[in-house]
Write a protein that binds this ligand. Structure first.
Ligand code: USQ
Length: 394
């Protein structure tokens, strides 16, 4: 397949590009360096440096023989987006820079992914809204106008549903009302502006599916943890970006870093907040299965992309237990919750569909945590203690 990956320099985008390339697909990878530039601007650091986007593609080619064509441009600009479909694309790095045709599948990660960043200031809220919605709209129109049979795989988030007091279904809810029934998008209620953009994306794409028979799969993903995938371990220069700051570090990744530098684990509020989690390896499996299982034209498939659920307290206890076994003085500190979110709530999402498609879950075991500790410990000297506690408050 011709696979176009948008946001391909990021934590999930780069390993996704490696996976599809390793399977022999023709991969074009696009990014605008938002993550790297924003980390520099906020001065939050990363666990280790990674080569530039083009260098990564070259290194991959030297090691595997496969080609990932790179494009550096801002997908919020319609010209940039449309060039990927109409052949006017300018590759930054490619062995063969001819255009092979529009993609069979697009994997869309090209969004500002941080809830705390979206809630930092008016400017970061606006940037999040404009970037995320414009990129999705540009993509929807590029597909509609230039390649209507392309399958769009969109990364959404479990946070779209919030924490309702009923079971969370996979995307849809059958409603009975006054003797009649119909199926609707499951009710959505986010608790950050970032998560709200994901709801708006879902609505936008559902509109495109109904109006123009687009083919969309929307993946409701939970917070991801982990560092290694089957391809990134081939060589240290293929590692994915790893953040541990309040903006771009997800909770499990942050807790491991905190434990390694013996900073108390930052449990926000009461710690009863429960979410569905998954290993980065399972993100790749899910995206691959979704890409290989396209909907029919005019159909939107929605999957809940999580493998198990934990409360913040449960995660903290697991990290403390492993940290202490490894000889770290690991403590927990309940800090005032910077977010407005339920700290004690019902949570029962369904998430069987991706497993039914063949995804084999990697669970959060002690061994998985120990391996993460080992990798983080190799970089302990570079960890910035001052970015652990945050500035963003709702
Ligand atoms: N939390 C803590 N302490 C911390 C960091 C987080 O208690 O130091 C809590 C948060 O308050 C929240 C939970 O842990 O209740 C998860 O927080 P997170 O920062 O790991 O995840 P979140 O902000 O929800 O966002 C992340 C990704 C986002 C993705 C989302 C999936 O950044 O891109 O969409 O996970 S989900 O949470 O299911 O919406």
């Amino acid at each position: 397949m011709r696979v176009l990956i948008l946001g391909a320099d990021g934590y999930l985008g780069w390993p996704t590009a490696l996976l599809f390339s390793s399977l022999g697909h023709e991969v074009t990878a696009v990014d605008n360096y938002f993550r790297r530039h924003t980390c520099d601007r906020l001065d939050v650091g990363m666990l280790y440096p990674v080569p530039t986007f083009n260098q990564r593609a070259q290194i991959w080619h030297e090691l595997s023989g496969y080609e990932i064509k790179t494009v550096i441009c801002d997908l919020a600009e319609p010209k940039c987006m449309r060039s990927l479909f109409n052949g006017r694309v300018k590759y930054q790095w490619a062995i063969d820079s001819s255009f092979d045709g529009p993609p069979d599948v697009v994997i869309h990660y090209a969004e500002q992914p941080s809830a705390p960043y979206s809630m930092l200031t008016y400017e970061t809220a606006d940037e999040t809204l404009i970037n995320n919605l414009r990129v999705t709209n540009n993509l929807m129109f590029a597909i509609r106008d230039l390649s209507p049979s392309t399958h769009l795989v969109k990364l959404g988030t479990m946070g779209e549903y919030g924490t309702p007091n009923i079971d969370i279904e996979e995307g849809w809810l059958d409603i009975q009302h006054k003797g009649r029934s119909d199926r609707f998008l499951f009710p959505r209620q986010a608790s950050s502006l970032y998560h709200t953009t994901k709801i708006l994306d879902t609505d936008l794409l559902w509109f495109g599916v109904r109006m123009w028979d687009l083919k969309v799969t929307d993946l409701m993903q939970g917070p991801v943890y982990g560092i290694e995938t089957d391809q990134t371990i081939i060589n240290p220069r293929l590692k994915t970006i790893f953040n541990y700051d309040e903006f771009f570090g997800t909770i499990i990744n942050r807790f491991i870093v905190q434990a390694v530098i013996e900073h108390p684990l930052t449990v926000y509020g009461k710690g009863g907040q429960t979410r569905g989690y998954l290993n980065i390896k399972d993100t790749l499996q899910c995206v691959e299965k979704a890409a290989l299982t396209p909907p029919k034209p005019g159909e939107m498939l929605i999957y809940n992309q999580i493998m198990e659920t934990f409360s913040v307290n449960e995660l903290a206890e697991m990290v403390v237990s492993v940290g202490r076994k490894l000889g770290y003085n690991t403590q927990i500190q309940n800090v005032p919750n910077p977010r407005i979110e339920a700290e004690d709530h019902y949570y029962n999402p369904n998430y069987q569909a991706l497993v039914s498609l063949g995804v084999k879950p990697h669970y959060l075991t002690e061994d998985v945590l120990i391996r993460m500790f080992e990798i983080v410990a190799e970089h302990a000297d570079t960890i910035k203690r001052d970015v652990i506690l945050g500035k963003s408050k709702w």
